[in-house]
Design a protein around this ligand. Structure first.
Ligand SMILES: [Zn+2]
Length: 180
């Protein structure tokens, strides 16, 4: 396994291909992967190992609230790839049950989630009816949302979201951290 920054060859010996960079006559790897050498073409490159596997419970995803119904939200989502692994989903839509908003009882979505919000979520389960997400854990929830009054992007301030344009205060189920 080649790591970024590993020396591969001098640029007199070889021509650098994909996944390499040249510095002072030397070729180095710019990505993690497997070294590929083509002796006839006198080139060297680094191939990134990408394993594609199907989406599974426990995987993380970014999702946008597409629609809100009484007890379920329709989410458009994108799985978050892990290092050296690409995650493929058979569908780009998933559901979020109202019981997966937070720990405990939630009466209505609109106090925690609005259409257009971007959330960090985790796959709860995959059933024949569809993919179900959860944002109940503290690190999961809304990471981007817009003011329902003027559409400006809301800024998290303590436990509420504040609109910098019109001063409107809104409630969301916010994610504790911004990144996975
Ligand atoms: Zn506003």
């Amino acid at each position: 396994m080649i790591l970024p920054g590993d020396f591969l060859a001098t640029s007199e010996e070889s021509v650098g291909g994909q996944g390499t960079f040249e510095e002072e006559g030397k070729l180095f790897a710019s990505v993690e992967g497997k070294q590929l050498a083509d002796n006839r073409a006198r080139s060297v490159s680094v191939a990134t190992p990408t394993v594609v596997r199907p989406l599974a419970a426990g995987d993380y995803a970014y999702a946008v609230v597409h629609d809100l119904y009484e007890s379920v939200a329709l989410m458009e989502f994108q799985p978050v790839d892990r290092k050296g692994e690409r995650i493929a989903a058979h569908n780009t839509y998933a559901y979020l049950r109202i019981s997966e908003i937070q720990r405990g009882y939630t009466e209505r979505f609109r106090d925690f989630l609005r259409i257009g919000d971007v959330v960090k979520a985790r796959v709860k389960e995959i059933t024949s009816l569809g993919i179900y997400l959860t944002i109940a854990d503290s690190e999961l929830g809304v990471i981007r949302s817009h003011c329902t009054q003027c559409k400006a992007e809301l800024e998290p301030r303590g436990r509420v979201m504040v609109c910098p344009a019109c001063g409107n205060k809104e409630q969301r189920k916010m994610a504790a951290g911004q990144h996975f």
